[in-house]
Design a binder for this molecule. Structure first.
Ligand code: ZN
Length: 413
């Protein structure tokens, strides 16, 4: 069964009295945030372990006796502050991991807050009616509910923007609103340098090529810069022109990634990709690789967030040996980067190198589900034991919230 989380955002109009209560509670939340962060930093220094949300909440109980002002807040709103810190740590560690794997990720340790601008009620303590919400320990707040709320209400967040406007976001969970599968075929994808991707069903997706005209234009703009005196205003103008044009080219590439991922999730019900967070040393010698890697990262993220609503499942598998393994007999052999065709030394199976890899990727993804699966002919053969598929070879993509322009947040869960 699939559950879809989404959120409704409404403009709220708290009265003056309500605003001062809200401001006071957000101030206390900030105080608590910094206290808890300090506590978990100390704990980490001593034990080299992170303070769990559970432990933070235990400490919170004793803190409330020492600092009774925290009792002004609803208990679950306070506990949500622990969750925020715990989430900040989790995202810090996952970004560290991404960076280790070569991804371009900004890694910053959770920082002390100058202010907190929202309060979250998880599950309990609020009642949303047609024209107003009732919040425990705060009161009644008017809001404009322009859409009917569908699904089971999960959390309520009240937020103040920088310009002083108030918004209420109600997160809900809807079950079975979309088909869990679109019934389309399954596929494995090998992302490559020679072409953008090779699919296990022998489809090849070409790279976005820069046209001759575009290349000439880039060259002209570069020459333009070099002709101008360093530090001159004209040079600055040329630099800006060049930057604008390269951004334009980047946008074309990004549009293409959107297009490819959109087509894929609508053409297949199951997509297996390489797990880009696992380093694949064999492939790591090409100069073009870093550039491709960054677009691969964007691409797999797009796949992941477009998949569920299209009735598709996208998974990432360990890419180790996928280019070196014969998809037919599972023999592992060396293959140089220049060799475009895989010819098996053992069974003489011959296949385009990247399509062979894509077939191995699909098989690895399906391994834990059906070890007898052979991606080539979708034939359930008797006991194919060569595959080293195991649980830790497959992982679902990390789930990230993607907010669209209308302020609706869709998170696959
Ligand atoms: Zn073979």
């Amino acid at each position: 069964m699939t559950a879809m989380k989404s959120a409704y955002k409404f403009r709220a109009y708290p009265s003056e009295d309500m605003q001062s209560i809200l401001n006071r509670q957000m101030f206390l939340s900030k105080e608590l945030y910094n206290l808890l962060l300090n506590k978990s930093k100390e704990y980490y220094k001593e034990t080299k372990k992170t303070l769990t949300e559970y432990r933070m909440n235990i400490w919170l109980t004793s803190l409330k006796k020492e600092r009774p002002e925290f009792q002004e807040l609803y208990s679950q709103v306070l506990q949500n502050v622990s969750k925020r810190i715990s989430d900040a740590y989790k995202s810090y560690f996952s970004r560290c991991k991404e960076k280790k794997a070569g991804a371009k990720a900004k890694v910053g340790f959770p920082r002390y807050r100058k202010f907190v601008s929202s309060l979250t009620y998880p599950q309990l303590g609020f009642k949303a009616e047609r024209k107003r919400v009732e919040l425990s320990k705060i009161g009644r707040i008017n809001y404009v509910n322009h859409r009917e709320i569908e699904g089971k209400t999960k959390t309520l967040t009240i937020k103040k923007t920088k310009s002083g406007e108030w918004y209420i976001t109600i997160a809900v969970e809807k079950k079975d609103i979309i088909p869990s599968t679109n019934g389309k075929p399954i596929v494995g994808i090998d992302l490559g340098l020679a072409q953008f991707a090779a699919l296990s069903d022998e489809t090849i997706i070409q790279n976005v090529k820069i046209t001759k005209r575009q290349r000439r234009h880039i060259k002209n703009l570069q020459q333009d810069i070099s002709r101008k005196n360093k530090g001159s205003i004209n040079r600055k103008k040329s630099v800006k022109k060049f930057a604008k044009y390269t951004e334009h080219i980047t946008r074309i590439r990004e549009d293409r990634l959107h297009q490819i991922s959109h087509n894929l999730v609508n053409s297949y019900s199951f997509i297996a990709c390489e797990d880009l967070s696992i380093q694949n040393m064999v492939k790591n010698h090409n100069l073009a690789r870093p550039i491709s890697e960054s677009s691969w990262g964007n691409f797999t993220q797009l796949l992941q967030y477009k998949a569920e609503s299209a009735g598709c499942v996208a998974v990432a598998v360990n890419p180790k040996y996928t280019s070196m393994t014969c998809n037919e007999c599972k023999n592992v052999q060396k293959i140089s980067l220049s060799q475009r065709t895989f010819v098996c030394e053992k069974c003489s199976h011959t296949e385009n190198r990247d399509i062979n890899a894509a077939q191995n990727i699909l098989e690895r993804a399906l391994g834990p589900i059906n070890p007898n699966f052979n991606s080539k002919a979708v034939k359930a053969t008797e006991g194919q034991s060569g595959s080293d598929a195991s649980e830790d070879h497959v992982r679902p993509f990390a789930r990230k919230a993607i907010a669209d322009e209308r302020g609706t947040i869709q998170v696959a869960s």
